[in-house]
Design a protein around this ligand. Structure first.
Ligand code: MSP
Length: 567
């Protein structure tokens, strides 16, 4: 059963592969032009206000967490990165200069132990796993701009400089610490949050009792400033229900935390005290800034920060919210740097209700999924199926049903049915310019509304709803096709046949719009659609969100003037 359905997904998606068909306009001067609509941007359109937006000219910096290299990536780590990639691609479609940062978190006890367990050195182990992340990102079409490794020398230099700034600000002191430590979380835990036998609720493994003299960061000093930040900028933590969680942590009283380890060698040494290394989180968070540092220049904290900081958006899983929404802003305040504009904590991919993870060993292999179903299917399924912010469980049956129904049947078949009719009845030629075809067309109005809806959802990071809005465009196109029944109009000949040819143009334009509106989620599927519509790769790469709207449609002549074309 599964095999039959798998084939079905692959086959129907492959219907979107470049085919024998190319579109030509009847008028000879447009014989090499693809089907195309132009529009002027309408200033009244656009998304809702969203604090993760940037003002004109600024870079839109967004980050994924820097992944631990204790083991190769799994679907849970891939999930954050796919979502970040969709957001990055959407922002680029809006014309923003995007800096999409990802990377690997390579220091600390957990990584050293993983290397030892593999009979490897931490250095070699990190090289291997870090490369596995890069390979997966390639397979998943992840368009990152910066990949930072916390073992990069520029990062180490920036961490040391940051540490010295915080020290100079009087926020670091030495003290004894005794507590229960979860190595998998790389975090001291409060006894009250642990399960029986002092087990960590995330990793279900007992925490170790530790006692050390460490360096501490004076988090408590920032209690008031953090409360104010959260009150004044409710969008700082998203979704909003996670803000309540963060506010209640802060309200319950912030305790200083230890930022060094005497017992861990695999880390960045504390400046002026080689007997301790910097706590892995105090080191890794700085990766968001060191990633921005120019490769050519001497690494320098302020120079790096001047290349795009503050980030518009940190995308993270809910388990590391406290580090990003409490520790990190306090650290930045101490060093006199601006705070990121938004921290978005998404939910977990679960298997049988448990967080999928390397430590629990219940992971899903992204490589296997990509190999079996293709990159677009994997990206689409997780972004469409899991409401961004909440948890989501994986089921292969559901995966196949969704991808088949949405990508193959609704979108793929719409394109292929239309191209088939065009070939049969119009010699694969667009008999009327799309500008003319769209005038007074009722499908056009509906699609414009749906495009706006998708735009708003992407802006608000409601990725599943954005996919849904695009799918509605596909449904509207299919309904239009069924209602108009161009195949029977063609049989009638004369004006009925002309109307049918016009309908095909409208429907193909609808599919083109779908390709761009879904590009953030399914980039290679979108390109294959564009290719079938006769566009070059350069034209596809130059597409922007504002080239969507049906109103003010026209072709451009050689002087770049908008001109209406009649048949
Ligand atoms: N190294 C830290 C992050 C440092 S950022 C400066 C870390 N790494 S991690 O590899 O353990 O996790 C990275 C991200 O993957 C986290 O946001 C985590 O929530 C996410 N996920 C890991 N398993 C996941 C699921 N099963 N589902 C969704 N996301 C999950 O934490």
């Amino acid at each position: 059963m599964a095999t039959r359905m798998n084939c079905s997904v692959q086959n129907t998606l492959s219907l979107l592969n470049p085919s024998h068909l190319s579109l030509r306009h009847r008028a000879s001067r447009f014989s090499h032009r693809p089907l195309r609509f132009y529009s002027t941007p309408n200033p009244n359109r656009g998304g809702l206000f969203c604090t993760c937006s940037t003002t004109n000219g600024e870079s839109f910096v967004l980050t994924t967490p820097l992944y631990y290299v204790n083991a190769p990536p799994h679907m849970g780590s891939a999930y954050t990165t796919i979502a970040a990639d969709a957001i990055a691609r959407f922002q680029r479609l809006l014309g923003k200069k995007v800096i999409f940062v990802t990377g690997t978190d390579e220091h600390g006890e957990k990584i050293a132990a993983a290397a030892m367990a593999q009979g490897s050195t931490p250095h070699d182990h990190c090289n291997l796993i870090s490369q596995a992340y890069k390979t997966l990102w390639k397979d998943l079409d992840i368009s990152y701009d910066k990949f930072i490794r916390t073992t990069d020398s520029k990062h180490e230099a920036i961490v040391k400089e940051f540490y010295s700034r915080v020290l100079a600000n009087g926020d670091i002191y030495q003290a004894d610490y005794e507590g229960l430590y979860c190595v998998n979380c790389e975090e001291y835990k409060d006894e009250k949050e642990l399960l029986e036998n002092n087990c960590c609720p995330v990793h279900l493994k007992p925490c170790d009792s530790r006692k050390e003299e460490n360096y501490f960061f004076a988090l408590s000093k920032y209690q008031k400033s953090l409360e104010e930040t959260l009150n004044k900028n409710p969008n700082f933590v998203q979704p909003s229900f996670r803000l309540n969680e963060v506010q209640s942590w802060v309200k319950s009283g912030l305790r200083d935390f230890s930022i060094s380890r005497a017992s861990v060698d695999w880390g960045i040494p504390i400046p002026n005290d080689k007997s301790q290394t910097i706590y892995v989180w105090f080191d890794a968070l700085l990766g968001y800034i060191s990633a921005l540092s120019d490769e050519q220049e001497q690494p320098d904290l302020l120079n790096a920060a001047s290349s795009g900081w503050p980030a518009a958006l940190h995308l993270i899983g809910k388990d590391i919210l406290r580090f990003h929404a409490v520790y990190w802003p306090a650290m930045l305040m101490s060093a006199g740097l601006s705070l990121p504009k938004m921290v978005f904590g998404h939910g977990f991919l679960t298997k049988d209700g448990m967080k999928m993870g390397k430590s629990l060993g219940n992971t899903l292999e992204p490589n296997e999924l990509v190999h079996k179903f293709g990159t677009d299917a994997v990206r689409y399924f997780f972004l469409r199926e899991v409401e961004f912010g909440g948890d989501g469980d994986y089921s292969e049956e559901r995966f196949i049903n969704i991808v088949n129904a949405h990508l193959a049947n609704t979108i793929g078949n719409l394109l292929n049915r239309t191209l088939g009719l065009l070939k049969k009845n119009c010699q694969s030629t667009l008999v009327v310019d799309s500008t003319i075809a769209a005038v007074g067309n009722e499908l056009k109005d509906n699609i414009e509304k749906l495009v706006d809806k998708a735009h708003m959802h992407y802006e608000n990071l409601s990725l599943s709803s954005a996919c849904e809005a695009v799918l509605e465009i596909g449904n509207a196109g299919n309904c239009y096709m069924d209602e108009r029944a161009p195949w029977s109009l063609f049989k009638q000949g004369g004006t009925a046949s002309e109307a049918a040819a016009k309908d095909l143009v409208i429907i193909l334009e609808t599919v083109r719009i779908i390709a761009i509106a879904l590009l953030p989620v399914t980039p290679s599927l979108s390109w294959r659609i564009y290719e079938q519509l006769g566009y070059s790769r350069d034209q596809f790469d130059a597409a922007t969100w504002v080239s969507f709207f049906f109103h003010s449609l026209a072709h451009k002549d050689a002087s770049n003037r908008l001109i209406a074309i009649s048949t």
